[in-house]
Design a protein around this ligand. Sequence first.
Ligand code: SF4
Length: 215
Amino acid sequence: MQREYACEIFSHLYREYVSEDTRLCFLEFENPFEILILTILSAQTTDVTVNGIRDHLFDCYPDAQALAGASVEEVEAIIRPTGFYHTKARNIIATSLALIDRFGGRVPDTMNDLLTLPGVGRKTANIVLHHAYGVHDGIAVDTHVKRLSWRLGFTDHIDPVHIEQDLLALFPSSVWKYLNFVLISHSRRVCTARRPKCGECIVADRCRCAFRIEK
Ligand code: SF4
């Protein structure tokens, strides 16, 4: 796909979903530690579910020091609604321990350091860098971004690493900050996994999959 064409699609979506006071993150967090832990917990579940257990979790464990010393069973009981809670509880406790042991209790601000933490892949690292530190060197590719990028022809790949590379090559760095948000917004509201609402879609005339997704 040509860059100009992709940017036209982005412009339409940007105008639809972003205004001056738009908050570009779906998770409710107050500091880098919270966005890191919440993003690990957001795998395979909704942001609404994660936001629902946020207060309870951080009331009990407000920082890495507290969570590093938590009992697995007590953490599991709090985060159970997010699914995969056995693995997630171990990962967020192990990540907290790593923050204490290797980073002085702080969440690191580089991709390489973040990727050393248990349960942290490029998607989580990108979200932390975007929202905690304002670093927009990459694009977080979740299930929404993956689906939209393929349907709209931004990529022909299906694995997140290659999709991210395609997006970074296709779009100017000035839009990387917004891409995850606008694609997720359009995915949730219009281009749903099943039965996308192509008849209501503002980029249908530019979409290679318009009216072609099996019902
Ligand atoms: S035209 Fe249909 S498939 Fe294409 S982006 Fe819009 S809703 Fe999704």
